[in-house]
Design a protein around this ligand. Structure first.
Ligand SMILES: Nc1ncnc2c1ncn2[C@@H]1O[C@H](COP(=O)(O)OP(=O)(O)OP(=O)(O)O)[C@@H](O)[C@H]1O
Ligand SMILES: [Mg+2]
Length: 308
C-alpha cells in the first residue's frame, strides 16, 4: 500500500536576512505515515512541526531531501484535492461561515450536487449550524478553528493534515473532534495531527512521533511508548498487603508494583501464599512524561543555528 505521507531525509533551513546564520528548523526528518492510522506529531515550541507540515503541503521547498504525499511529490496540485488541511492559525475572510466552507469545497472540486449536502454535513458535525450565516470574520478562536476544520473536511479527504486542531476548542468541541477523527480512521482515512495537547493525542493516536529541535527523537506505537517495561502492576486477592513493598489493599483486593524481572517470582509467591492473581498490567506512563523525558534538557524554543 502507498504510504499516506513520507518524509525522506527532509531538511529545512530558513535564511535570516539580518544575520548570516541560518536556522535549521528541520534536520533530516525521515518518517512514514501509513494509510488508515491516526498519527500524532509532537514536539515543544519551535521543534519544527509546522515547518514539516508546510513542506508536506508544498507551501515551500525543503533545503534537502524529498517527500511524498499519497505517493506524489510534496506540493502536487492534483493530490491537494484529496487532502484536508487545517493551518495552525486559522484566518478567514469576512464572509458567512457556510459560504466559506462551500467556497473551499468548490475550490477542491467537490461536485455541485454533492456540495450542498457535504456543507450541511460538516457544519452539523462541527456544531456550526447555528453559526452558518454569521460572519466568520468576527468569530471567537474556537469557532474559527471549527470552521477551519469544516473546510479541511469538506472534500471528504483521504488524508487530513491538522496543525494543532484543538488548541482553542472547549471540552465539548474537543470530544466532537476526537470522534470525528476516529470515525475518519474507521473509514480507512489517514489523520496526521500535530498537537500540544498530549492527553488528547494519547487518546486517539495509533502512533506518535516526537520531534525536538528539528530532529526526530522517537517514533512508535502510542501504547508501546506509554508502557514502561520496567514496572508492572499486579492485582491479587487473598494475601496481606504487606507481603510486597508498597502493597495497597482496597475491598479485599491488593495492588502492588514490581520490576518486570521479578514478575515470575512475585506470582509464584502469591500462589504459594494461597492468593489469586487477578491481573498483571504494564504501568503506563502519561504521554506528557514520555514527552518531557524525550525533549529534556533542550530548552524549549531554542533555535539550531547553521553557519553554512
Ligand atoms: N519563516 C521563518 N523564518 C525563519 N525562521 C523560522 C520561520 N518559521 C519557523 N522558523 C523557525 O524554525 C523553527 C521551527 O519552527 P516551527 O514553527 O516549525 O515549530 P513548531 O514545532 O511548529 O512550533 P510551535 O509548537 O510553537 O507551533 C523555530 O526555531 C522557528 O523560529
Ligand atoms: Mg507550529
Amino acid at each position: 500500500m502507498v504510504p499516506a505521507l513520507e518524509f525522506d531525509e527532509v531538511t529545512k533551513q530558513y535564511n535570516r536576512w539580518y544575520r548570516p546564520q541560518r536556522v535549521t528548523a528541520l534536520d533530516g526528518l525521515t518518517l512514514t505515515v501509513e494509510p488508515g492510522e491516526i498519527f500524532g506529531f509532537l514536539g515543544p515550541n519551535g521543534a519544527g512541526k509546522t515547518t514539516a507540515i508546510h513542506l508536506a503541503m508544498g507551501f515551500m521547498r525543503p533545503t534537502a531531501g524529498r517527500g511524498l504525499m499519497l505517493g506524489k511529490p510534496f506540493g502536487d496540485r492534483k493530490t491537494r484535492r484529496r487532502i484536508g488541511f487545517l493551518a495552525e492559525n486559522v484566518a478567514l475572510y469576512y464572509r458567512p461561515a457556510e459560504e466559506l466552507v462551500r467556497f473551499y469545497g468548490a475550490l477542491n472540486d467537490v461536485p455541485g450536487p454533492c456540495l450542498k449536502l457535504r456543507v450541511r454535513k460538516v457544519l452539523e458535525a462541527l456544531g456550526l449550524v447555528e453559526y452558518a450565516r454569521r460572519n466568520a470574520g468576527k468569530f471567537s478562536r474556537g469557532l474559527l478553528q471549527r470552521v477551519g476544520l469544516a473546510q479541511a473536511l469538506i472534500n471528504d479527504p483521504e488524508l487530513v493534515v491538522l496543525d494543532e486542531p484543538t488548541s482553542a476548542l472547549d471540552p465539548v468541541a474537543r470530544v466532537t473532534v476526537r470522534e470525528l477523527l476516529t470515525n475518519m480512521r474507521n473509514l480507512g482515512k489517514t489523520v496526521f495531527v500535530s498537537s500540544h495537547l498530549l492527553s488528547e493525542v494519547e487518546l486517539i493516536s495509533d502512533r506518535v512521533a516526537v520531534l525536538n529541535r528539528g530532529r526526530l527523537v522517537r517514533v512508535g506505537k502510542t501504547s508501546e511508548l506509554l508502557a514502561s517495561d520496567e514496572k508492572l502492576e499486579i492485582t491479587v486477592r487473598g494475601i496481606r498487603p504487606d507481603v510486597f513493598p508498597g502493597g495497597q489493599a482496597l475491598n479485599g483486593v491488593v495492588k502492588f508494583r514490581i520490576g518486570s524481572q521479578q514478575q515470575r517470582a512475585a506470582l509464584e509467591q502469591v500462589w504459594q501464599l494461597g492468593g489469586e492473581v487477578l491481573s498483571v498490567n504494564p504501568v503506563r506512563r502519561s504521554l506528557e512524561q514520555v514527552f518531557l523525558e524525550l525533549t529534556a534538557p533542550a530548552p524549549a524554543g531554542a533555535e539550531r543555528i547553521s553557519h553554512r
